[in-house]
Design a protein around this ligand. Structure first.
Ligand SMILES: NC(=O)c1ccc[n+]([C@@H]2O[C@H](COP(=O)([O-])OP(=O)(O)OC[C@H]3O[C@@H](n4cnc5c(N)ncnc54)[C@H](OP(=O)(O)O)[C@@H]3O)[C@@H](O)[C@H]2O)c1
Length: 371
């Protein structure tokens, strides 16, 4: 039973420790949870300023029963154990059973759809928030989209999300695992499947060179805007600035289509996981705002109007850690704006989340052009 109001599950990871760092800044007590207590202690003691944080360490088995026992007594679970399509269900079930709001950092469209369908109504019935995907990919782009939609009469979103840096171990596992999934954009309120080979050369605001973008598993945006009466069509593409990484993903997509999708599920999962591990087995360095930049660009259009919103930011993982910590801080004081399945902006408000990111120096003021 938790004696602190927030549980960070997967605290030993690159993102989990950033959530701990920002929860400390919000002065929110938390449980630092994961599968290996010794490793949690080693990792958490290196979090900057942790000596002033109010936290406890909890080693917990990855099962619904053990997680429920741990989460009971807490109010919010911040889950960082991904890929979520693989590891997420236990933590969601346990949050529901323990009566906790649930947030995670996923960018997996198939997980979003699965979570909404399986648990959305159950969380709503208990007045709880189910918010998978409070993270730079794709909350920052969602903020930009909502700024465009402050202008009435626009119904089409064309979204680009790019960041500069190298994905962590679990992020690389995630990028690879979603290659076997079907992914979708929204066209006149209907999901339409992307070709697995879809790619585009995109104009990047603020630079002359184009970049390569992929549907990146479809992104969360079509799911979040599916039942939004303002939006009928939503296509999002993205990835990382580093072209070699993007070319690598394109090559692997070909291998997935030619060989891996034909394997039995467990073998396919293992083959992809091994390939991902061969590319990223370690921890990337702590982010540097001079190097690790991000761009979220949204062109919104309608029959008679256009708005373009660009948010330049830095430190994708820090943005994610901060958004998670702020979500928990908010939920300890107030119910979300919407219960059940909801995005970050639907639960907390896009202007509010923008202000939070700006106040910590992680994004600049949005550049908005009309016409
Ligand atoms: N959308 C975004 O913008 C965004 C941003 C950041 C992160 N993410 C996502 O968030 C997830 C975590 O990312 P990360 O950067 O923190 O990755 P990471 O550094 O690799 O950390 C993964 C965490 O999951 C734990 N874990 C892995 N397998 C587990 C298992 N079987 N049982 C229990 N715990 C397990 C690890 O624990 P051990 O230390 O014990 O191995 C670690 O705490 C990824 O899926 C990533 O894609 C998304």
């Amino acid at each position: 039973m938790s004696k602190k109001p927030v549980v960070i599950y997967g605290v030993t990871g690159y993102t989990g420790r950033l959530v701990a760092e920002y929860l400390r800044e919000y002065r929110v007590p938390f449980i630092a949870a994961g599968r290996d207590g010794k490793r949690i202690k080693e990792v958490i003691e290196k979090v900057p300023g942790i000596e002033n944080a109010d936290y406890e360490i909890a080693e917990v088995e990855h099962s619904v029963e053990a997680l429920t026992k741990l989460f009971k007594g807490a109010k919010v679970v911040c889950n960082m154990v991904g890929p979520f399509m693989k590891y997420g269900p236990e933590a969601v079930e346990a949050s529901l059973a323990a009566g906790c709001h649930y947030t995670d950092t996923n960018g997996e469209q198939n997980w979003m759809m699965h979570a909404e369908k399986t648990w959305g109504a159950k969380f709503a019935a208990k007045g709880l928030l189910l918010s998978p995907g409070i993270a730079q990919m794709y909350t920052t782009g969602e903020i930009a989209a909502n700024i465009c939609l402050e202008t009435p009469g626009l119904d089409t979103l064309d979204i680009l999300v790019l960041w500069r840096g190298f994905p962590t171990y679990a992020s690389t596992q995630t990028i690879f695992s979603i290659l076997t999934a079907d992914f979708f954009y929204l066209d006149q309120n209907q999901y339409v499947q992307w070709s697995p080979f879809a790619k585009a050369e995109v104009m990047v605001p603020g630079q002359h060179a184009v970049a390569m973008a992929l549907p990146w598993g479809g992104t969360a945006h079509p799911v979040w805007f599916k039942n939004d009466p303002r939006v009928a069509t939503c296509r999002a593409m993205g990835g990382v600035f580093e072209r070699t990484v993007m070319e690598g993903v394109v090559q692997i997509t070909q291998v997935v289509e030619d060989k891996i999708k034909k394997l039995p599920k467990a073998e396919a999962e293992k083959a992809l996981s091994d390939m991902a591990a061969s590319l990223q087995a370690g921890m990337p360095p702590r982010e540097n705002p001079r190097i690790n930049t991000s761009v979220d660009s949204v062109h919104a259009s309608g029959p008679l109007g256009r708005v373009h919103c660009v948010i330049h930011g830095n430190c994708n993982y820090k943005q994610t850690g901060l958004l998670q910590a702020y979500a928990a801080y908010y939920l300890l004081q107030s119910p979300p704006l919407r219960t059940g399945f909801a995005s970050g902006c639907q639960a907390f408000g896009h202007r509010q989340l923008l202000g939070v990111l700006q106040s910590f120096g992680l994004v600049s003021a949005p550049v908005v052009t009309h016409g």
